[in-house]
Design a protein around this ligand. Structure first.
Ligand SMILES: *[C@@H]1O[C@H](CO)[C@@H](O)[C@H](O)[C@H]1NC(C)=O
Length: 221
């Protein structure tokens, strides 16, 4: 019994200690509330298995090296960026899909696509040297359905045409060329037929993907 109380006391002490010392970037934490504002409590494998207060700070690669072909840069991307922790969908219902974003664009799962695309248009207009790439898991089956929604959102003027996308591992135009021509929206679809019918590039004709599934695989017991 005494041992249990002692153990419990130690745990409380550890918790208090954790509460008072955690908070700054890099310090260990139990949950994000233990960290300073703007930080999240997360495990970063390169810093060991204990969760730490972390901050994600994207750096634009073009601010480091200028003038390279588009494909020579590594761009920060998000997957399911709408899936934010703690948000409700545009219709007010709770999002059941897994969440994976704490800081993100304001798009939400059940918003009509046009809302998200209009937000992208506003961003492209406000940031004339930025390029946005969208990779769509495309379930739109209506004739020219995607084209219509991109047009309605006013994004046509930023369209990077698939005819300018090089195949066979060749270099893309430089980012400066894309910016000068205002072709700053790169869109890929998972539906192979749409490159011929709507001019929307088929993802696997131009891109490759690394094997990321292993990141999530549970440890073998
Ligand atoms: C691809 O798009 C076409 C045309 O919109 C549609 O008829 C077809 O069902 C789509 N294929 C898939 C797999 O969604």
């Amino acid at each position: 019994m005494e041992r249990i109380i002692l153990a419990a006391t130690l745990c409380v002490a550890a918790l208090l200690f954790g509460c008072t010392t955690a908070g700054k970037e890099g310090q260990t934490c139990f949950q994000s509330q233990n960290c300073d504002p703007g930080l999240h409590c997360e495990i970063c494998l390169s810093a060991g298995l204990r969760p730490r207060c972390t901050r994600t700070q994207p750096i634009s690669p073009t601010s480091k090296v200028k003038g390279l072909p588009f494909n020579r840069y590594s761009w920060l991307t998000t997957h399911n960026a709408y899936a934010r922790i703690g948000v409700k969908s545009g219709t007010g219902s709770i999002i059941l899909a897994p969440t994976n974003q704490e800081d993100s664009i304001t798009s939400q799962l059940q918003q009509p696509a046009i809302n998200v695309l209009q937000e992208i248009k506003i961003f492209l207009e406000a940031n004339p040297s930025e390029i946005i790439t969208i990779i769509l898991e495309d379930h739109v089956t209506s004739t020219n359905g995607l084209t219509k929604v991109f047009d309605a959102a006013g994004l046509r003027k930023f369209w990077f045409p698939s005819s300018r996308m090089p195949g066979h591992g060749k270099d893309w135009p430089t980012v400066d060329n894309m910016v000068n021509k205002n072709q700053r929206l790169v869109v890929f679809t998972s539906n192979q037929t749409k490159e011929a019918s709507e001019g929307i590039a088929y993802q696997w004709k131009y891109t490759v993907e690394n094997q990321c599934k292993s990141c999530y695989a549970p440890p073998i017991l």
